[in-house]
Design a protein around this ligand. Structure first.
Ligand SMILES: [Zn+2]
Ligand SMILES: [Zn+2]
Length: 68
């Protein structure tokens, strides 16, 4: 489970969001990274495509995955 700070559209302020699934083990995502975040205050769900840089350190840059 990961946590991050993000603007909650329901609370209209910065809140802590958590993923309901363990990073890398999400059954809803092909790469295992959970796209779903829940506000710890009101429970609002946020589906994200935004960068998690700073939250998870194992993100691999695309250039590093290039096949010659
Ligand atoms: Zn998930
Ligand atoms: Zn909220």
């Amino acid at each position: 489970m990961s946590a991050m700070s993000h603007l909650c559209p329901d609370c209209d302020t910065q809140r802590t969001f958590i993923t309901p699934h363990i990073a890398g083990l999400c059954p809803d995502s092909e790469d295992g990274r959970c796209p779903e975040w829940c506000c710890t205050e009101c429970g609002a769900a946020l589906l994200t495509g935004f960068s998690l840089s700073g939250v998870q350190a194992h993100t691999v840059p695309e250039s590093a995955q290039r096949v010659a």
